[in-house]
Design a protein around this ligand. Sequence first.
Ligand SMILES: NC(=O)c1ccc[n+]([C@@H]2O[C@H](COP(=O)([O-])OP(=O)(O)OC[C@H]3O[C@@H](n4cnc5c(N)ncnc54)[C@H](O)[C@@H]3O)[C@@H](O)[C@H]2O)c1
Length: 323
Amino acid sequence: MKTVNIGLIGAGDISLLHAEAIRRCQGAQLLGLWNKTDGLAEEKSKLFGCKKYASAEALLADPALDAVFVLTALEAHQQYTLMALQAGKPVLVEKPVGRSVAEIESMQQAAKQAGVLCMPGHNYIYEAGVMRAKELMEEGKLGDLVSIYVLYNIHHPEAVAARYPGVIRHIMTHHAYIMLYLAGRPTRLSAMKSVIHYEQITQEDLAMVTLQLENGGLAHFCASFAADDHAGDPWTMMIKIIGTKGATRFSYRDWVENKPATVHSQTYAAYPYSIYQEVEYFVHRCLGQRAAPLSSLDDAIIAQKIIDAAERSAAEQRHIDLI
Ligand SMILES: NC(=O)c1ccc[n+]([C@@H]2O[C@H](COP(=O)([O-])OP(=O)(O)OC[C@H]3O[C@@H](n4cnc5c(N)ncnc54)[C@H](O)[C@@H]3O)[C@@H](O)[C@H]2O)c1
């Protein structure tokens, strides 16, 4: 297989993990990047040992480039994803894929028209333990689904949280695609949110959602930037599935280094590995073997509908039907 040359549009915090994922991925190479603020582009291109392009247009015009990762802030995902697809470059776009269902549909349409892949950055499901849980579910080894829990409790300083939307949109997008992958579609939901530790930001730093699934089972989501959970058997990031014939779980706490990682108070190795595995899958399975991603733009659209409904449910204090 020829080396897959990758370009990054956006070089903020998450580019550190994507650059490392590309470095670890045999047969892939980080060719260059562009970032809106030139200082950061300069710093990151030196750090990663890659080219710095003068503009997104210049990056996309490079015939040596085989694929593009769109890693900008959410509000610019649609613009750069459409530009890359129209330039005929396969795209990996970070989550949440778009700000609205319409934005994601426009990317889906552009990918179809260009005949190239647009893969959502739904990284958590590319971990081996999560893929095994899916296999056990599909083979009926856990029986009928009773309940699925996706729990996230990682403190984030207010200055960092200010760069993102509230935890429903920013964090629960992960919960939504994880549930779609492991347990299927929900029929309705009910959400509550709160602001516990922010002093300036008005968007939520804590949210919980209960969802009913098509088979009648229930899902429970918790997303919190308000506090860490360092208790015994902590719920830092956990997926638990209970079926009529068996149960399983995946936890960030199965791999911990006693040092901070960017804003996380400890290093939860499963998190960077989820991005390494996602990039590996993108390069080797999707580009190399034409396999479909584990989570598609259709899933991103349903995930977005869940997020929109959760925000509406919390605001209007009522259940929302999804179908
Ligand atoms: N998959 C995950 O686990 C995970 C974790 C963190 C962040 N993310 C996602 O990655 C994306 C980037 O997050 P980050 O933590 O790197 O944020 P960041 O604030 O560190 O970086 C965002 C970058 O986007 C650029 N940018 C902002 N507005 C732009 C615009 N209008 N046009 C072009 N560029 C623009 C900024 O210059 C900055 O370099 C977000 O979509 C976020 O949701 C995913």
